[in-house]
Design a protein around this ligand. Sequence first.
Ligand SMILES: C[S@@+](CC[C@H](N)C(=O)[O-])C[C@H]1O[C@@H](n2cnc3c(N)ncnc32)[C@H](O)[C@@H]1O
Length: 256
Amino acid sequence: MGRAAGAQLLGALSQDCPKQLGARARPAVINCRSACQAVARGVVNWRGGSKAATPGRPGAGLREGDAPFTSSLSCSAVVVDMLHHLDPQPGDQVLEVGTGTGYSAALLTCRVGADNLVTVEIDAGLATSARTNLAKLGMTPQVLVGDGEQGWPSGAPYDRIMSTAAVREVPTAWVEQLRPGGVLLTPLDTPFGCDGLLLLTADGHGAADGHLINGVSFMKVRGQRDRRSFRELGWPLWEDYRVRVGPVGQRIRTVP
Ligand SMILES: C[S@@+](CC[C@H](N)C(=O)[O-])C[C@H]1O[C@@H](n2cnc3c(N)ncnc32)[C@H](O)[C@@H]1O
């Protein structure tokens, strides 16, 4: 995200964060960094610096035996970038998939208001601790336990849906639960060795179109951990990428 866009986002966050964070926030101008850090301190007792993710805590349900971690706090720079692209407006109805610690839910609450945010977490223990974390900040969005791949139909239609867990295939339920013109943002598994941040806009006729923004790295939603064929998922194969090198340089395109 460019500096100007970042400043715009931070300015937007700053309108509501002081009210929401009460005594924790500075009374006058609050910039994005302080807003994010204030939220992070309240949510995960994070003190800033370069730490990008919190490892599992005992009892938090973040790890199943020796299996890989099942939840982590997303890198705050990535979260801010995602919020920039999601561009939620005050009063928008928003669904978040993957509550985790409640950090991104807190930032979303700052922007749209607690009454307008539904956040779904598959791990009941995590949902409970996220509720506690958010309550410490005086925030009471709906934190629900469920399989976010189904969305949350009773809160639909949504102006914005943001998943903080990656998918290999975008659940159709998310598209169905978007308002016409509504925006969906999710990390999508790609054949390029990372996830791609995908931005889709609902066309009002049951479909959504969009594009990848940049590379990110997220854990997969619980039901989509197993690898699948990229061809089956609609991706071009390696040999579908055609490369031409000539006097004008290199050109790359995909064959239809
Ligand atoms: C990268 S973490 C989310 C970080 C979180 N947004 C935060 O601010 O701390 C991904 C989360 O998605 C949750 N998750 C995985 N599959 C899910 C599903 N099908 N429905 C809802 N939550 C899911 C995981 O339990 C994990 O907490």
